[in-house]
Design a protein around this ligand. Structure first.
Ligand code: DGJ
Length: 483
C-alpha cells in the first residue's frame, strides 16, 4: 500500500475511534443526567438554590404541579414559597405565595406558618390555602386561611380560626385555651374528595386526637352547622398523631400520620377507612428498609396521586438546628391488595418504577432466581401501544435499541447495572414459561420480602462477548439472581 493511502486509513481509524469515545462520553453524560429522585438529599430548584418548601403539599392545576411549603431561608424570604413543575423532577421557584408581612400579630407578637396546603375551588375560581398559624410556644394553635386568584399567589390572609368548638373536658387552666377558643389546630392537611367536597385534617385537643372537618362551599371555613360524625369527626382518638397525609384509592380513605416527638423522627402509621370521616383502622408502619422505624429519618407531609393506586409519599427530614437545611424525602407508595400500604426505601428512583410490573421467581434454600424484568415488560407494553403503523414501530424499535445498547457500550470495564425492586413484587417458584405474554395468569405468584437494596445485575463490561452474553440472557427473558 502506498504511504498516502496508509496515512489516510490511519486517520479514518483514529477519527472513528475518537467519534466512538465522544459518543460514549456523551451517552454516559446523558445517562448520568437522567432525572431521578434522591430522597433525603439536597434538592435544587432550576436556579440552583435548595428548594424551600417544607411541610408542604402539591396542587395539580391545569396539568401543572404547584409545590407549596414553608420557606425557611435564613433571614426570611416569605412565609410560604411556591414552586412549579411539569415533570415533578424540575422545580422552578415561582416566588413567595404568602408573605410574612400579611400574617397577623397576636397580642403584639408575630405569628409564623407551618405546613401550608392549597386547594383550587372551582365554584369560586379561587385558590385557598390552609396553614398552621403559630407563635413561639405553640399555644396559639390555629388554622390560618388565605386566598388568591392565581395559583402562585400572592395569597391574601383572611383569618385564623379553630374550626370546632365542641368541648372534650378541656381544663380551665389549659395553656391552649381550648375551653374559650375550641380545639387546637396544629399539623394539618387538605383533602378534596371525588364529589368535590373538601376536608381539613388536623391534630387537635393538644395533639391528642385528630379531627377531620368538612369545609364550606368556599373552602374558607368549616361547614356549618358543624355536627359531629356528620360534618366532622374525631379520629385516631387519644392516639397522639400528627403530620396527617390523607389520600384515597378505590373508594378507600388512607391517612398516614406520625407520632408527636417534636422535630425528631418517629414511626409512621397508615390508617384506612371506608368513609372520609372514619372510623380509621391502623394498618401499621408502611415504611420498609433501613431506618423504616423512623420513617427514614423524616416525617410525613403529603401523598401525591400519580396513577391509579400509585402515589408519591412526601416527607421532611428535619434539621432542627438549621431548618432551612432540612431535606425532602420523596418515595413511591404502593397499595397492597389487603388495604395496607408500602413505602419501600430507595436510594434513588424514577417515575418509571410505577410502570414496572411485578413478576420473577424460583426459590431454593440458598437463592431466589426468576425471569422477566420490569424493563422487559415495559418494552413490550410500549411496543404494543405504538405498533399501529410500521413507521411508528420502527421508530420505537430504534429508540428502544438505542436506549438498550448505549448504556452497555458506554459502561466502563467491569461495570454492572443494578436495578432495585419494590417490595410488593411477586415471585413464583419453578417454571414460569410464558410469563412475558399479556394473558399470562400470575394469580399464584407470591409476595416475597426482599431486602430493599437487593437487585439484579448484568455484565456491562462493554466488550463484544459480554454484550452477546447479556443479549442471550435477556431474550426472551431478563434473568435475575438473588444470592
Ligand atoms: C412536629 C410538626 O409536625 C412540625 O410541623 C413542627 O411543628 C414540629 N413538630 C415542631 O416541634
Amino acid at each position: 500500500m502506498k504511504k498516502g493511502a496508509k496515512t489516510k486509513n490511519r486517520l479514518i481509524r483514529r477519527l472513528a475511534m475518537n467519534c466512538g469515545w465522544l459518543g460514549a462520553v456523551l451517552l454516559s453524560l446523558t445517562a448520568w443526567a437522567k432525572p431521578e429522585f434522591h430522597p433525603g438529599e439536597v434538592w435544587l430548584d432550576t436556579n440552583g438554590d435548595p428548594i424551600q418548601a417544607y411541610g408542604g403539599g402539591i396542587l395539580v392545576h391545569s396539568n401543572v404541579y404547584y409545590w407549596y411549603g414553608e420557606d425557611r431561608t435564613p433571614g426570611g424570604r416569605g412565609a410560604v414559597a411556591c414552586y412549579f413543575s411539569t415533570n415533578l423532577y424540575d422545580w422552578k421557584r415561582e416566588g413567595v405565595a404568602l408573605s410574612r408581612e400579611t400574617l397577623p400579630q397576636i397580642d403584639g407578637r408575630p405569628t409564623f406558618v407551618e405546613r401550608p396546603k392549597v386547594l383550587f375551588n372551582p365554584r369560586t375560581g379561587k385558590f385557598v390555602m390552609w396553614l398552621h398559624l403559630e407563635q413561639p410556644g405553640y399555644h396559639y394553635a390555629r388554622a390560618g386561611i388565605a386566598t388568591s386568584d392565581k395559583p402562585a399567589g400572592p395569597f391574601t390572609f383572611l383569618k385564623a380560626i379553630r374550626p370546632i368548638t365542641a368541648q372534650y373536658g378541656f381544663a380551665d387552666n389549659d395553656p391552649d385555651h381550648q375551653r374559650e377558643s375550641g380545639g387546637t389546630v396544629r399539623d394539618l392537611n387538605l383533602f378534596r374528595d371525588d364529589d368535590g367536597r373538601a376536608y381539613v385534617f388536623y391534630a387537635s385537643e393538644d395533639n391528642w386526637t385528630m379531627y377531620v372537618v368538612r369545609l364550606n362551599d368556599e373552602f374558607t371555613g368549616p361547614e356549618t352547622p358543624a355536627m359531629e360524625d356528620k360534618t366532622w369527626a374525631r379520629i385516631l382518638v387519644r392516639r397522639m398523631r400528627e403530620a396527617p397525609a390523607p389520600f384515597k384509592s378505590k373508594g378507600r380513605y388512607y391517612l398516614i400520620t406520625s407520632a408527636c416527638t417534636g422535630w425528631k423522627p418517629n414511626e409512621a402509621d397508615c390508617a384506612v377507612a371506608g368513609n372520609v370521616l372514619g372510623p380509621y383502622q391502623s394498618r401499621g408502619n408502611p415504611c420498609t428498609g433501613p431506618e423504616a422505624e423512623t420513617t427514614f429519618g423524616s416525617q410525613s407531609t403529603f401523598v401525591l396521586p400519580v396513577q391509579p393506586g400509585k402515589f408519591i409519599f412526601m416527607a421532611d427530614r428535619w434539621n432542627p438546628r438549621r431548618l432551612s437545611d432540612s431535606r425532602p424525602v420523596w418515595l413511591p407508595l404502593i397499595l397492597r391488595p389487603d388495604d395496607s400500604c408500602a413505602i419501600p426505601w430507595q436510594d434513588r428512583w424514577e417515575l418509571s418504577v410505577f410502570d414496572a410490573r411485578e413478576k420473577p421467581a424460583d426459590k431454593s434454600s440458598t437463592s431466589v432466581s426468576g425471569e422477566i424484568s420490569p424493563k422487559k415488560k415495559r418494552l413490550g407494553m410500549r411496543l404494543r401501544v405504538f405498533s399501529k403503523t410500521y413507521r411508528m414501530r420502527h421508530l420505537c424499535c430504534l429508540i428502544l435499541m438505542a436506549g438498550f445498547f448505549f448504556p452497555v457500550l458506554s459502561a466502563p470495564a467491569g461495570a454492572r447495572e443494578n436495578r432495585q425492586f419494590l417490595s410488593d413484587w411477586r415471585f413464583k417458584q419453578g417454571d414460569a414459561r410464558g410469563a412475558e405474554r399479556p394473558d399470562y395468569d400470575a394469580a399464584d405468584w407470591q409476595p416475597v420480602s426482599l431486602p430493599h437494596n437487593w437487585g439484579w445485575e448484568h455484565p456491562g463490561s462493554g466488550s463484544v462477548p459480554s454484550i452477546v452474553v447479556f443479549l442471550a440472557l435477556s431474550f426472551p427473558f431478563s434473568r435475575k439472581e438473588f444470592l
